[in-house]
Design a protein around this ligand. Structure first.
Ligand SMILES: Cc1ncc(COP(=O)(O)O)c(C=O)c1O
Length: 352
């Protein structure tokens, strides 16, 4: 199965006679400020000729100090996408079941499909702004006894953000024979954040974090997970050597030391999000409430609207691949960039 993602498609841009620089990308949910100057400097200074540290020791030490966990509870990956696939490869045999809270990021299903595992879904309620019913989800987990459960929190693409109590209930339902993989990639840029790290004490929780979102390192590829040491050790044994390159390790270290950059991004996002919500409502296409740095907008035909916006040099995510052909997803960028999106969308809604 091929998973659809946001971001630029070079062939599509070529066909439209456009370059990346000419198009504003609202389809990738990353820090609107880009990488911090300190991170750019670390990338420029990285040793390109040496093999990277296969154990990511220095980066894991820094992460351990930053998070307050043991170093053997941490594993670094070539983006969190690599970790999702390694987790399934390691812990989900082909006869097993993966349960996915949907609609969501496509790589959970793709990873499970690739191993031949059964994939089941807990479907969100579209009429309730895509909330999940936790009582029903607990029952489904208890009836299905999945080996692995994927929950993206806050969720891509809906922006639904479950509270701690709900996640604890899900973890208890999964029990100690399964793993609850909690993808917290969007927490650093979310509203009303809560710290998921204490959930590691549940024993069956794996926390996934991507540094490609909050530190805008999508082109570098960097993510990590925190879990019980035995889960980390088993997963690590499936990882190819040098998966996490030297530039990624160097920029990750610099990024960790620059939390102020993420805090600055949160302020920009708060202002731009309020602007977008007001403007979208005024256009008659109100955003679905979201705790994250992106939002869903219902339009008649997402594929058509995306295409029309691209002609106006704006790229948004068509959510058809999430099973939402009437929704586009918009990342929150700087207010002046959001103003360009709103102007283009106004034109599209008026003239197609
Ligand atoms: C929820 C979620 N998890 C993980 C990823 C992948 O992140 P990475 O760039 O770290 O592989 C994405 C990317 O869109 C995502 O939306």
């Amino acid at each position: 199965m091929t998973t659809v993602h946001g971001g630029f498609d070079t062939a599509e841009l070529r066909a439209a006679n456009l370059t990346r620089d000419e198009v504003l990308d609202f389809s990738s949910n990353i820090n609107p400020l880009g990488p911090s100057p300190r991170v750019r400097q670390a990338a420029a200074e990285a040793d390109l000729s040496a093999y990277p540290d296969r154990e990511c020791l220095v980066l894991r030490e820094a992460l351990a100090a930053h998070l307050g966990v043991d170093i053997d509870q941490l594993m670094v990956g070539n983006g969190s996408t690599e970790l999702i696939h390694l987790l399934v490869d390691t812990h989900v045999p082909p006869w097993a079941t993966c349960l996915v809270f949907a609609p969501t990021f496509g790589e959970y299903e793709a990873a499970a499909d690739a191993t031949g595992a059964h994939v089941k879904f807990v479907a969100a309620d579209a009429a309730e702004d895509f909330a999940w019913r936790i009582d029903a989800a607990v029952q489904t987990i208890e009836a299905t006894r999945p080996e692995m459960v994927f929950l993206c929190n806050p969720n891509n693409p809906t922006g639904v953000y479950l509270d701690r109590e709900s996640v604890e209930r899900l973890s208890a339902a999964v029990g100690q024979n399964g793993l609850l993989v909690l993808d917290t990639s969007y927490v650093p840029l979310a509203d009303d954040r809560w710290d998921a790290l204490p959930l590691l004490q549940c024993g069956n929780v794996v926390l996934l974090r991507s540094m490609t979102k909050d530190h805008a390192l999508a082109g570098v590829r960097l993510g990590y997970m925190a879990a019980q040491p035995e889960v980390v050790a088993a997963t690590k044994s499936h990882q190819p050597p040098w998966s996490v390159n030297g530039v990624a390790q160097a920029t990750g270290l610099a990024a960790l030391a620059d939390e102020a950059h993420v805090a600055a991004a949160r302020e920009v996002i708060a202002e731009a999000k309020a602007y977008l919500q007001a403007q979208l409502a005024a256009l008659g296409v109100p955003a679905i409430p979201s705790a994250a740095n992106f939002m869903l907008v219902r339009v008649d035909d997402a594929t058509k609207v995306r295409r029309a916006l691209l002609r106006r040099r704006i790229l948004v995510r068509d959510c058809t691949s999430f099973g939402l052909p009437d929704c586009i997803r918009i990342a929150v960028r700087r207010p002046e960039e959001c103003a360009r999106l709103i102007a283009a969308l106004r034109d599209v809604l008026a003239h197609g």
